[in-house]
Design a protein around this ligand. Sequence first.
Ligand code: MN3
Length: 207
Amino acid sequence: MAFSLPALPFDRASLAPALSAESFDYHHGKHHKAYVDTANTLLADLPALGGKPLEDVIRAAAADPALGKLFNNAAQHWNHSLFWQSLSVPGSTKPSAAVTTLIDASFGGLDKFKKAFVAAAVGQFGSGWAWLVKDGDRLAIRTTGNAALPLVDGQLALAVCDVWEHAYYIDHRNARAAFVQAFVDSLLNWTTVESRLAGKVPSMDQG
Ligand code: MN3
């Protein structure tokens, strides 16, 4: 069984102008697809890992320095799959009462969460990811470089924003802050956050 590129869970024109259809043509249709194809090519020569769930492949590759290229491509497949699920049509989702309570306890309110998330995402030097994660009985923000992901540390990721330049250069050029601000203000899919918080965490690769 090979990994597969998931369909976008929204119409690719429905997030404009924050993210245009053209950006998804490249980001989903070319960047993400290349990670899936490369991971599948590498796995074809690794029968011990072939057919294993994506999460198992990522953990095994993270633990073996000889599998760095597989880790990068499998992890980028995971990260992008959650990124699409972390996006929604602007204004179509909002934090539930339970999530709002957690945000208040963890960050001191939604506005402070947004400010801290943008600051963390802008502060990630170079390519990487800005995450909303579950940290004990609270929420936390963390960033990772390149393909690294909280899964390897056993941490539950609730949502993620891609801060590689390819994620925002078509629509925002060099303005990462403007892109991340749009992410927290209007794109962030709070239904995904709530669902993952409730323990609904299926494999990021559906085969
Ligand atoms: Mn990307």
